[in-house]
Design a protein around this ligand. Structure first.
Ligand code: FAD
Length: 286
């Protein structure tokens, strides 16, 4: 496996933002992954697992360590279950499920780039569904001792946009067994179309990392930011979206530092106006 130097990370994120990785490698299987972790340990450098890069704000200075891009792409169908490696894209999974007449993944339609591993780690969710509803079993590598551990749904400790894999970054999701339901193919396609239409009309077209902040049980972050008068606020080439105030968009050549200024501004204004503390959903990497 090749360990490349100074690879620009903005080419690997949906935000199109991010400086260089000191080292960068692409892993295609578990053996590669173990080799990469050993490399980072020997070099005494931190490592970072990169999935689809759709939930990240990477510093303009980049990452002073090893970025491990997971490109494990095997998956198989087993009656109503899908067993897939962490690097499989959600887009691939939703199509595979729909073609097999399996329901439960429609809500991921239209999330660009994201991988199964990233979605499990963050318990991704939308339209009243979450990964926790369909995950049966997760296989993960413990980077501390390079041993593999199996986690059933309960052991994954899923909660709103969180899991044991998020709380403990030493656990790297390798693969996952998803349990879906048999359903009429036309119904699945119709639901998928509705979700895609909804995303098209509610999500901005410009590069972004999805929702910046977590929602609260009774109030959405986008409403708080909008009521704070920040819709359309722009710093450099970064802008709080006119369409969806919980998205910050890259209008072309935006810098991470400008996005951070907007994040801090939104936090400050929302705290001052409503006494509510916004918390980031995106992962900040520096
Ligand atoms: C337009 C748009 C719409 C979106 N809509 C939604 C939505 O509806 N719901 C939602 O929840 N999210 C949404 N997102 C955010 C994002 O797509 C999800 O959070 C997604 O699950 C992230 O997956 P990823 O592979 O891109 O992870 P990355 O962005 O690459 O990584 C995110 C974090 O996960 C870690 N990670 C990645 N792979 C692994 C692994 N195998 N093991 C352990 N850790 C890992 C990374 O180290 C990082 O800390 C949206 C994003 C965009 C750009």
């Amino acid at each position: 496996m090749r360990f490349q130097k100074n690879i620009l990370l903005k080419n690997y994120t949906t935000f199109k933002i991010g400086g260089p990785a000191r080292y960068f490698c692409i892993v295609k299987n578990k053996t590669d992954l173990i080799e990469a972790i050993i490399f980072s340990k020997k070099a005494r450098l931190p490592f970072f697992i990169l999935g689809g890069g759709s939930n990240l704000l990477i510093s303009d200075k980049g990452f002073n360590g090893l970025v491990i891009k997971l490109q494990t792409t095997n998956y198989k169908l087993q009656t109503t279950k899908i067993i897939a490696e962490a690097g499989v894209s959600l887009a691939k999974l939703v199509n595979t499920a729909a073609n097999a007449g399996l329901s439960g993944l429609e809500w991921v339609s239209g999330i660009p780039g994201a991988t199964l591993g990233g979605a499990v780690r963050g318990n991704a969710g939308a339209f009243d569904s979450e990964m926790k509803d369909i995950v049966m079993m997760v296989k993960a590598l413990d980077a501390r001792n390079l041993k593999i551990k199996n986690f059933n749904n309960k052991k994954c400790q899923f909660s709103y946009r969180s899991s044991i894999f998020k709380k403990n970054p030493n656990f790297i999701v390798l693969s996952c067994k998803l349990k879906l339901k048999k359903e009429n193919k036309e119904k699945i396609k119709e639901r998928t179309r509705e979700i895609l239409d909804h995303r098209k009309s509610h999500h901005p077209f410009n590069p972004s990392a999805g929702s910046i902040f977590k929602n609260f049980k009774h109030v959405r972050a986008r409403d708080l930011i909008e009521k704070a008068g920040l819709k359309g606020k722009q710093i450099g080439e970064a802008q709080i979206s006119q369409l969806h105030a919980n998205f910050i968009v890259n209008c072309g050549g935006a810098k991470a530092k400008d996005v951070l200024k907007l994040i801090n501004l939104a936090k400050k204004e929302v705290k001052n106006k409503f006494g509510i503390k916004l918390e980031e959903e995106i992962q900040k990497i520096s």
